[in-house]
Design a protein around this ligand. Structure first.
Ligand code: FMN
Length: 322
């Protein structure tokens, strides 16, 4: 089926069957999910935000034990540079051990891009704004992951949503764009392509997948969320964080933006593992309101690809029927 994406530069860069990424997510985007996505024809991305060299080695081996399909590694600058020894080890090791595709995020891509590209790897950088997209181009990245403000996780203080941000970046850059934020299926993928993307990345959709390691309560909270089910909490000093509303956040201070702070340390233990969705606000995109069931990764990817072509055909039919 990949020939149906003829000329698609994201497929050329990744080697995946489809230009569909599973977004990097701390603790969640490890071997079981990454391998499932890659085996299904998507591009799984292994997270490395804990700067744990042994974990990176272990997870890469575990992915390779399951599939020979391509996958990538995410290097979040802000988190890795806190542990320079591990940062250096991870960088050296992925270069020496056959990783071909890296995404960088949360910081200056200059820190890694030259080195990775000199070693022959392809580098995409995740950006939440036009300004940072242009900076990433100066750093020499091969492509951009453009994240709109509806996306889950840590977000830019100034909010620009995917519909405008994708067009603003497309107007100014010629490298491939992967759209993140607002996408759960083929309809969203077709819309992103119309706005200038050549690929899509989904996070929240894959959290609520069978292969995702998080507690069923968290998956249920995503499935049950309405489109107004997330909030942009403040993340001092100058960022925001899109998280799921829960009973506590709705009743505590509905009028304020809320502050996403100390609870963060407990998210993995108390929410991802413990399932305390009533008290802990997990990251989720506005897309939570579009997710109505937990599905297997293969189903998600197949439905996205089939839905994409259905939308493309439907739109092409507007011209044919004249
Ligand atoms: C539970 C969860 C955890 C996330 N953790 C990270 C992270 O550790 N690092 C990161 O760069 N992005 C993280 N993200 C954001 C995703 O990489 C991606 O940008 C986002 O999920 C896209 O929007 P969507 O969720 O609506 O698809 C996370 C997202 C979710 C849902």
């Amino acid at each position: 089926m990949s020939q149906m994406f003829q000329g698609n530069r994201v497929i050329a860069h990744t080697g995946a069957r489809y230009p569909i990424f599973q977004a990097p997510m701390t603790w969640i985007a490890r071997a079981p999910l990454v391998a499932a996505v890659s085996a299904a024809g998507g591009m799984g991305l292994l997270e490395s935000s804990s700067a744990d060299f042994a974990m990176t080695q272990r997870e890469v081996a575990a992915i390779r034990a399951v599939t020979s399909a391509p996958f990538g590694v995410n290097l979040p600058v802000m988190f890795l540079k806190r542990n320079e020894a591990a940062e250096g080890q991870i960088l050296d090791w992925i270069i020496a051990n056959g990783i071909k595709f890296v995404t960088t995020s949360a910081g200056d891509p200059k820190r890694y891009t030259r080195r990775l590209k000199d070693a022959g790897l392809v580098v995409y950088h995740a950006v939440p704004s036009l300004e940072l997209a242009l900076k990433a181009l100066d750093a020499g990245v091969d492509g951009l992951i453009v994240e709109g403000a509806e996306a889950a996780g840590i977000r830019n203080f100034e909010e620009v949503h995917s519909f405008v941000l994708l067009q603003a970046v497309r107007e100014r850059v010629s490298v491939p764009i992967v759209a993140a934020g607002g996408i759960v299926d083929g309809r969203g993928m077709a819309a992103a392509f119309a706005l200038g993307a050549e690929g899509v990345a989904m996070g929240t959709r894959f959290v609520a997948s069978t292969e995702s390691p998080v507690h069923p309560n968290y998956k249920a909270a995503i499935v049950n969320a309405p489109v107004t089910g997330t909030q942009m909490a403040l993340r001092p000093p100058r960022a925001k964080h899109r998280v799921l509303h829960n009973e506590r956040s709705r009743s505590a201070d509905a009028a304020s933006a809320g502050v996403y702070g100390e609870q963060h340390a407990n998210v993995i233990a108390d929410l991802y593992i413990g399932g305390d969705a009533a008290n802990i606000q997990g990251s989720a995109g506005e897309t939570a309101g579009l997710i109505h069931e937990v599905k297997g990764v293969t189903d998600i990817i197949d439905a996205t690809v089939n839905g994409f072509w259905r939308e493309i055909d439907r739109l092409a039919g507007l011209r044919l029927s004249r």
